[in-house]
Design a binder for this molecule. Structure first.
Ligand SMILES: [Zn+2]
Ligand SMILES: [Zn+2]
Length: 138
């Protein structure tokens, strides 16, 4: 699906900047922060501001077009993959990895939530990734 259609589907008015930001998210599965997106796009979009990028990413998250991750306490990260999956943060290199084998939302919905309706489940793991583990071996 194209960025334009995804925005429309989530009731986000597709301006040129918003489409560019969504495209960047879809092409870069590295869970970028607003800062990363800004640095990647600002050379080709001189009128873009950091605030616009952040607000746009927040808007995507609020409308379900992207996930907002708070796994890293220094950064908020964004993910165009809105399917239910868990995240793993490497404490050494700061990379965020996807875990698709996590408990699904449907399973959570079956649990009794005392009348509350669960719409999102965020599962975060922290540790040392395999690359960093290899590099620390002697
Ligand atoms: Zn690492
Ligand atoms: Zn992810």
């Amino acid at each position: 699906m194209k960025a334009y259609d995804i925005l429309l589907e989530h009731q986000v008015k597709p301006s040129l900047q918003r489409i560019a930001i969504m495209e960047y998210l879809m092409e870069n599965h590295t869970h970028p922060s607003a800062e990363d997106v800004y640095h990647a796009l600002s050379p080709s979009m001189p009128t873009l501001s950091k605030t616009t990028v952040y607000n746009t990413l927040r808007l995507f998250a609020d409308n379900g077009a992207a996930l907002m991750l708070t796994i890293d306490d220094k950064n908020v990260n964004f993910d165009a993959d809105t399917s239910q999956h868990a995240h793993f943060l490497c404490k050494k290199c700061g990379k965020i990895f996807d875990f698709h084998s996590a408990i699904g939302l449907n399973k959570m919905k079956e649990l009794r939530m005392e009348g509350h309706e669960v719409e999102e489940v965020h599962t975060y793991y922290r540790g040392i990734c395999k690359c960093c583990k290899m590099n620390t071996k002697d």
